[in-house]
Design a protein around this ligand. Structure first.
Ligand code: FAD
Length: 429
């Protein structure tokens, strides 16, 4: 097929989740639609989602609660969710042959447990809706005049259409195809780009003991962020999460860490640590007990095991290597047995169990971040249609927009929802 001088109703640029959804819906609405993808296949990032299992949405059907998982982007998304939210997404996937199940924290996965199956079903749907797809076609530039895109320039050839939907993704995991060019194109068209930063990223730590903890994962941990000894805020709320954490050779990861990482990145960026203060991450290892209750449990254990060292007592309920690190930090003489422990030493141990503190160095960066924070400013997109307020025949969908959510299926959900709305708005004559 010659790529030159072809006229379409809608050209969708970027074949990730947002672009696939937008193309199908535009085509289903009656538009002659083309989908342009730089890779030899669609959805390279989609295949990585949920460790290859694809956590395709979150079954939070209360939309007011749902939007809380997107920070400031939540209000913008409310309309998109009311048109095509998690309920509609689950129904959509069931209809195209992807049976779903709900796991813990309302995370929705395909019953067959494979992202590949999700992609195959979407590809079948693209074929059924007659979306034309061109692979191996990299968009390198765009031409526009009088507030209208006239053509998009590919590495080889060009494409013209009445309307365009930009779904070029963010900047993370660039090997999947999304390397931030979408921001450059949107900027050229006059859009403001909120500085892209890695989010849902593992965090590197300064503490040397961290390498001794590599591989340990803990569930139901309360994680809080402090700077200058004060609780860090995100809007009105303290930056706090509860859930699983994992220690790696350089720092920490796991859902609870990924969810606070965006704010930690902002705090680290906010000035030199000497001025702004180190960013501390505190773990409450026993969040169900307050300090007093934990002291009592601990005292009872000391009485029960009078000849055991503190490390061995902590090892009863914590992984041994963590018990060793904690006892090293809390008591100077960690060979001391329970019977010989002073009251201040007992208090120091309880304190560290409630407040195990580590120091953030930096986020792992875009290559390790699941999503990008920042992107095309929400102020310049109509939240009811996903239409640009600057260019008359341009729409946006997916991660290219300044939206990021927590882990748990929220990021794909915003792609399905904005993709649906953009496809419907652009595709309807
Ligand atoms: C490891 C990992 C696991 C994840 N797991 C989950 C999960 O379980 N649940 C969840 O909700 N979210 C998850 N996410 C986030 C989710 O995958 C993304 O938010 C989502 O893929 C964004 O979709 P998108 O369509 O906006 O962009 P992308 O998926 O990035 O797609 C953009 C597409 O545009 C194409 N493109 C880029 N530049 C050009 C160009 N110049 N010309 C033509 N084509 C171009 C790219 O090749 C790509 O195919 C995960 C992310 C990662 C990295």
């Amino acid at each position: 097929m010659a790529k030159e001088d072809i006229k379409y109703d809608v050209a969708v640029i970027g074949g990730g989740p947002a672009g696939i959804m937008a193309s199908c819906i535009a085509a289903e609405s009656g538009a002659k639609t083309i989908l342009i993808e730089r890779n030899k296949q669609l959805g390279k990032k989609l295949l990585l989602t949920g460790n290859g299992r694809c956590n395709l949405t979150n079954a939070e059907f209360n939309l007011r609660k749902l939007v809380e998982s997107y920070g400031k982007g939540g209000e913008f998304l409310f309309h998109a969710f009311s048109v095509f939210g998690p309920k509609e997404t689950v129904n959509f996937f069931e209809e195209i042959g992807v049976e779903t199940k709900i796991e813990n924290n309302k995370r929705v996965f395909p019953v067959r447990g494979k992202a590949e199956g999700v992609l195959k079903a979407l590809e079948k749907y693209l074929a059924e809706t007659n979306v034309e797809i061109i692979f191996d076609s990299e968009v390198v530039d765009v031409e526009f005049k009088n507030k209208k895109i006239s053509k998009i320039i590919l590495k080889e050839g060009e494409v013209t259409a009445k309307k365009y939907i930009l779904c070029l993704g963010g900047k993370s995991y660039s090997l999947t195809g999304s390397d931030g060019i979408g921001y450059k194109i949107a900027e050229k068209l006059g859009h403001t780009i909120i500085k892209p930063k890695p989010a849902l990223s593992p965090i590197k730590l300064k503490d040397l003991f961290i390498k001794d903890l590599q591989g340990i994962s803990l569930e139901d941990i309360k994680v809080s962020v402090f700077q200058n000894g004060l609780p860090a805020q995100a809007g009105e709320k303290q930056v706090q999460e509860e859930g699983e954490i994992m220690f790696t050779h350089y720092g920490i990861s796991g859902p609870a860490i990924l969810n606070i990482s965006g704010r930690v990145g902002e705090l680290l960026d906010s000035g030199l640590p000497a001025q702004a203060g180190e960013v501390k991450i505190c773990f409450d290892l026993f969040p169900l007990l307050n300090q007093e209750q934990l002291s009592k449990v601990f005292d009872d254990m000391l009485k029960k095991h009078p000849n055991k060292t503190i490390k061995n007592i902590l090892s009863i309920s914590l992984p041994e290597r963590l018990a060793e690190v904690l006892s090293d930090i809390a008591v100077k003489d960690n060979k001391k047995i329970a019977n010989n422990m002073s009251k201040p030493e007992r208090l120091a141990v309880v304190k560290i169990l409630k407040n195990f503190e580590v120091t953030a160095q930096e986020l792992v960066g875009f290559e390790g971040a699941m999503v990008t924070k920042g992107g095309v400013s929400l102020k310049e997109i109509d939240h009811k249609t996903m239409k640009s307020k600057i260019i008359d025949n341009l729409f946006f969908a997916g991660e290219i927009i300044d939206i990021d959510g927590k882990t748990g299926g929220f990021n794909l959900q915003s792609c399905w929802s904005t993709g649906y709305l953009a496809g419907k708005s652009a595709g309807t004559k």
